[in-house]
Write a new protein. Structure first.
Length: 221
């Protein structure tokens, strides 16, 4: 990604966070400000991990670890879409209400969810490629394997954040306690949730590869 596009993303999130602070923070979707900011953190970190062969190996793996700990916050907002039920959008006749306030909050939540999820996903793919490059495993198959592994780990992270309510800061503060918690969290419902979140992200990855391949062919022509 070019520096121009990176700064476009940074400017967008800055403006969007200010917008949420001014117009949404005091609504029932007050959580959106923090969740959008947390979703942006791994995006920003991914900008510093890309194809940089001269980057110090310690710095590279430290940034990768930080990115891995924060990345689940990017797709996490997709699970916030369930909070749309708080708006009580259905009228007495079973049809959706034509209420500007409801659709304003719907639009705001969707913008945060889509931008964090898709731009964050772009960052994840590039992090996967950067890791493989460091490990000298550069080919399409290993890129797919590494991306799939990161997707699975992020799905586990989604469960931890959504249902155990464990934030990254908590993990850093008391890693021993939460390590035991993570060992005991595996059950049928948890596994089903992780599988479903993995499927969603794999479909996004499939869409991304189709678009990327199509753009590559256009450049070749």
């Amino acid at each position: 990604m070019t520096k121009r596009k990176i700064w476009q993303i940074r400017l967008f999130f800055l403006i969007w966070l200010v917008f949420i602070k001014l117009f949404i923070k005091d609504s029932i979707f007050g959580f959106l400000l923090l969740n959008t900011f947390l979703g942006y953190i791994p995006i920003e970190v991914s900008f510093h991990i890309g194809d940089k062969p001269k980057q110090n190996i310690i710095v590279f793996w430290l940034l990768t670890l930080i990115w891995l700990m924060f990345y689940p916050n990017a797709p996490y907002i997709l699970t916030d879409l369930l909070h749309l039920s708080w708006l009580h959008p259905n009228g007495l006749n079973g049809l959706l209400k034509l209420d500007s306030h409801i659709w304003f909050l719907y639009t705001s939540l969707l913008i945060s969810a889509l931008t964090c999820a898709f731009i964050g996903f772009w960052g994840m793919i590039n992090v996967a490629k950067a890791i493989n490059k460091r490990l000298h495993l550069e080919n399409r198959f290993t890129d797919f394997i590494m991306t799939s592994l990161l997707i699975f780990l992020s799905s586990v992270g989604l469960y931890i954040g959504r249902f155990l309510r464990v934030h990254t800061v908590y993990l850093l503060a008391n890693p021993k306690f939460y390590f035991k918690l993570f060992l005991n969290m595996w059950n049928q419902q948890m596994v089903i949730f992780v599988i479903l979140m993995t499927i969603i992200q794999l479909i996004i990855y499939w869409i991304y590869t189709i678009i990327a391949t199509n753009n590559y062919k256009k450049v070749e022509k």
